[in-house]
Design a protein around this ligand. Structure first.
Ligand SMILES: NC(=O)c1ccc[n+]([C@@H]2O[C@H](COP(=O)([O-])OP(=O)(O)OC[C@H]3O[C@@H](n4cnc5c(N)ncnc54)[C@H](O)[C@@H]3O)[C@@H](O)[C@H]2O)c1
Length: 336
């Protein structure tokens, strides 16, 4: 296990790479910690939760909502959780987003940490301090930015991760490569999902590289005034599709990336949309969907990146380089 501490504006986070949840007792006080997880993770890894106070939630994006927050808060009150209690989210991005948010508002804020258990959460969702919930079809409409005390990575959870969830994680990995890391993009082109699934060491390196890539972007721009916006590549159309059509987050982002790559050819100097689309498809992800344009456009307009009649859209300049460009909503509508 490798420990590294990363400093953010108001806090620092300890990252434990290639670790094990058995180390959790050395990081968090077992008596004063409450683990939040979901039924899938709990059932598949029951032994790992032995002797820990645990709240088990129903799995899935539909539960990343205020009603779940309320029910966890009631349980925390009943358990006698106080300002010294630590919450630890053990799960995918839904659990880490929920745990970070609940810990940020319970008693006006208590400490929290994460043990991410999906590829997507290991490389993306557990990192950067964005915590929050959905409101109906509107993704991540309520939330805050607050960093976890620690992120403990334990890749042994991935043994039980279903195939679609592996693909889901690769959507965010492809996103990182497309906006920031041309060498990683080439590595992904040369390998395949199957190769990564079989080679533990390779997947370990991939997780660490992506976690550090995202961390550096966040460190440079924690409150999303500049470069952090690039991490939204593929997310504008993606978020508008995700909850309306019950897509996995990665599937929605994959369709959004294909759209943004095409849009980049139209509005930026980008010439390699096909290369992005081919890579997305290589990892078993969708690049198109049939949907109701007007319904999707209505949700798209509520995106946090909209300013009056223009959308701050993340476009590619080349593979590994991206920028934010203002595109009139009308032109996006015409292009969808
Ligand atoms: N905060 C951020 O910066 C950020 C970044 C990216 C995504 N997200 C959010 O993350 C969420 C998507 O995350 P996700 O794809 O991890 O979703 P998820 O948490 O719903 O997990 C996906 C599924 O895998 C199951 N699962 C988790 N770990 C498992 C394991 N080890 N073995 C077997 N099953 C397991 C879960 O129960 C669930 O059914 C979305 O809500 C998205 O908005 C947040």
């Amino acid at each position: 296990m490798l420990k590294k501490t990363y400093r953010f504006t108001n806090a620092s986070t300890d990252y434990y790479f290639a670790g094990s949840i058995s180390n959790l007792k050395n990081i968090a006080d077992q008596k004063n910690t409450v683990i939040i997880t979901d039924e899938h993770v709990f059932t598949a890894h029951q032994k790992k939760f032995k002797n820990w106070n645990t709240i088990v939630l129903k799995p899935g994006e539909e539960f990343k909502v205020q009603a779940t927050v309320d029910s966890v808060i009631v349980q925390l009150i009943e358990m006698g959780a106080d300002r010294t209690t630590m919450l630890v989210g053990v799960g995918g991005g839904v659990i880490t987003d929920l745990t970070g948010y609940i810990a940020s508002i319970y008693l006006r804020g208590i400490h929290f940490g994460f043990v991410p258990t999906t590829l997507l959460a290991l490389v993306d969702a557990s990192i950067g301090g964005k915590n929050g919930i959905d409101v109906g079809v509107y993704k991540n409409m309520v939330g805050c930015i607050r960093q976890p005390k620690f992120i403990l990575q334990d890749a042994s959870f991935l043994v039980t991760l279903p195939d679609p969830e592996w693909k889901n994680g690769f959507a965010e990995i492809i996103k990182h490569a497309a906006i920031k890391d041309a060498a990683l993009f080439r590595q992904l082109e040369e390998n395949s999902l199957n190769v990564y699934q079989k080679r533990k060491q390779l997947v370990g390196q991939l997780i660490q590289r992506n976690a550090i890539l995202k961390t550096k972007v966040v460190q440079a721009d924690e409150f999303e005034q500049g470069d952090r916006k690039l991490l939204n590549f593929g997310h504008t159309l993606g978020h508008a599709l995700e909850n309306q059509y019950s897509l996995l987050h990665g599937e929605a982002v994959a369709i959004g990336m294909a759209f943004a790559a095409k849009l980049s050819e139209q509005f930026s100097s980008f010439k390699q949309a096909d290369r992005v689309i081919n890579l997305v498809e290589k990892y078993g992800l969708p690049v198109s969907a049939s949907y109701d344009k007007d319904k999707v456009f209505t949700v798209l307009q509520s995106d946090k990146k909209r300013e009056a009649n223009v959308m701050n859209f993340v476009l590619l300049k080349s593979v590994g380089k991206a920028s934010v460009q203002k595109i009139p909503l009308e032109q996006i509508y015409n292009y969808i």
